[in-house]
Write a protein that binds this ligand. Structure first.
Ligand code: IMP
Ligand code: MG
Length: 173
């Protein structure tokens, strides 16, 4: 595996994004929704970098991958979602790849008629994006390589790594 983004780079970008979001959402009823499981490390760091009051909620979206780097059918679980009416919602995920996960989750959140809905991700594979929008906020653009660490997994491994690494052919078995 090859390290693409180290711990210090991630830390300073997340802190900077937190400051930007604190300015944007100051005085507004912000709810940050993390998409499980990939967003959990970013969510924990980002909410502590946003120095204005806000609520935190979770939902689960999984496209079954197993030992594959291609997504399968998308499953969304909204059971843990708080009430989002009258809230400014920021959806947080680890990565925006094709964008289909975010598109589907956004459609479901919009059914609750929040005051506003925006998205923030750690990584954006812009070349791989297949929807006609991108994330509102991102920390890093990366090439279309399969990456792990800082919440991102391969077959549920590697989420705990404090850096982002790309997996080479022999790791993907
Ligand atoms: P999308 O629906 O194609 O945008 O895919 C988003 C989801 O696929 C993310 O929430 C990740 O769980 C997963 N994913 C996409 N690319 C990668 C990757 O390079 N490594 C690990 N997971 C990925
Ligand atoms: Mg995910």
């Amino acid at each position: 595996m090859k390290v693409l983004i180290d711990q210090n780079e991630i830390n300073s970008r997340v802190i900077a994004l937190g400051r930007e979001l604190a300015q944007e959402y100051q005085g507004r009823p912000l709810t940050i929704i993390g998409i499980l499981a990939g967003s959990l490390v970013l969510l924990a760091d980002l909410i502590r970098a946003i120095d204005v009051p806000h609520q935190v909620g979770l939902l689960q979206a999984s496209s079954y991958r197993g030992k594959s780097t291609k997504p399968g059918e998308l499953f969304v679980n909204l059971d843990y979602l708080p009430d989002l009416s009258e809230r400014d919602v920021l959806l947080v995920d680890d990565i925006f790849d094709t964008g289909k996960t975010m598109q589907k989750v956004m459609a479901q959140i919009n059914e609750q008629e929040p005051r506003s809905l925006k998205t923030a991700v750690l990584l954006w594979k812009e070349e791989a994006t297949e929807v006609d929008f991108g994330p509102d906020y991102h920390c890093f653009k990366i090439p279309d390589h399969f990456v792990v660490g800082y919440g991102l997994d391969f077959n549920n491994e590697y989420r705990h790594l404090p850096f982002i690494a790309s997996l080479e052919g022999s790791d993907l078995v």
